[in-house]
Each structure stands twice: as C-alpha cells, then as structure tokens.
Design a protein around this ligand. Structure first.
Ligand code: MG
Length: 159
C-alpha cells in the first residue's frame, strides 16, 4: 500500500518579549513561544508528523537544539527541508489536519492565512490543509497560558 499516516506533537513555553510565530506566520500578541528556533509549535508538530509517516525519526534528530545552525531558525525552512526528504523518496502529502491548544490569542481570524502558508510549504491545495484551535478550558499549562500545544496528522502517498 502506498499510503502512510503520520502523527506529530509539540509544545512550547510562552514568554513576554518574543514574537508569536504560529503556522508559518507571525500573530499580533504580547507574548511568544520560546525555543532554539523561532519556536513555531504548529510547524514543528507538522514536521514531526511528516517524519513519522515515513519513519524518518523526529525533528530533534534532524535539527538538534545543540546545533548552532538551527539557532533562531525559521521553522518554515525546517518543514521545507523535511518535505524535500519525503519528495526525494517519492512521497507526497495528501492532506494534513491539526489542532492548536491555547487560551489566547484567538486564532479564528488567522486560520485561513495559516492554512495558506502551510499549504504552500507542503505543496498542496489549501483545501487539503485543516487548522483547528481549541482552548483547554483553563486546565493545565495551556489553560494557565504558560504554553501552547499542537497536534498534527498527515496522510502521504507514493505515486
Ligand atoms: Mg518544537
């Protein structure tokens, strides 16, 4: 069967004084995610889902946070690199679905811009990219606004 599914998860801490980069775009907010790269938690989950679909390890293995090459890295470049690894092996993305868990800011006004950015990176049509948002009903670290979680699944096919 030339179909595979992949799953990805990531979380990052929210801090004052960092831009909030999510789904390949910058959102207006007074806090942003902290991390070695630009800390785009959603693109990291998607990148891990792609790697998982073809059993190529995980994002930390390909872009270790001990490597100065990835310090402040644009996560769009990491995702583009991994999309290229799949392409080299003959795999293409069929569709991607994800959920971002956070209390603030509200994502609804930005969902379609994120979908467009992600579709461009994956080389698929916008209607193959779903971005959903959920709060955590004020429970846990996301509920307290200490961080953001993202989950992603992807289906890939080999021509
Ligand atoms: Mg990450």
């Amino acid at each position: 069967m030339n179909l595979r599914t992949g799953f990805g998860y990531d979380s990052h801490r929210l801090v004052e004084g960092r831009p909030l980069v999510l789904g390949g775009i910058e959102l207006p907010y007074h806090m942003g995610c902290t991390g070695h790269s630009d800390a785009d938690v959603l693109l990291h989950a998607i990148t891990d889902a792609l790697l998982g679909a073809v059993a190529l390890g995980d994002i930390g293995m390909h872009f270790p946070d001990t490597d100065p090459r990835w310090k402040g890295a644009d996560s769009r470049k990491l995702l583009a690199h991994v999309t290229g690894l799949l392409k080299e092996r003959g795999w293409q993305v069929v569709n991607m679905d994800c959920t971002v868990v956070l209390e603030q800011p509200k994502l609804r006004p930005h969902i379609d811009t994120m979908r467009g950015a992600i579709a461009g990176l994956l080389g698929v049509a916008v209607d193959a990219v779903s971005v959903k948002a959920s709060t955590n009903e004020k429970m846990g670290f996301t509920g307290r606004g200490e961080g953001i979680m993202a989950f992603a699944t992807v289906l890939v096919q080999r021509a």
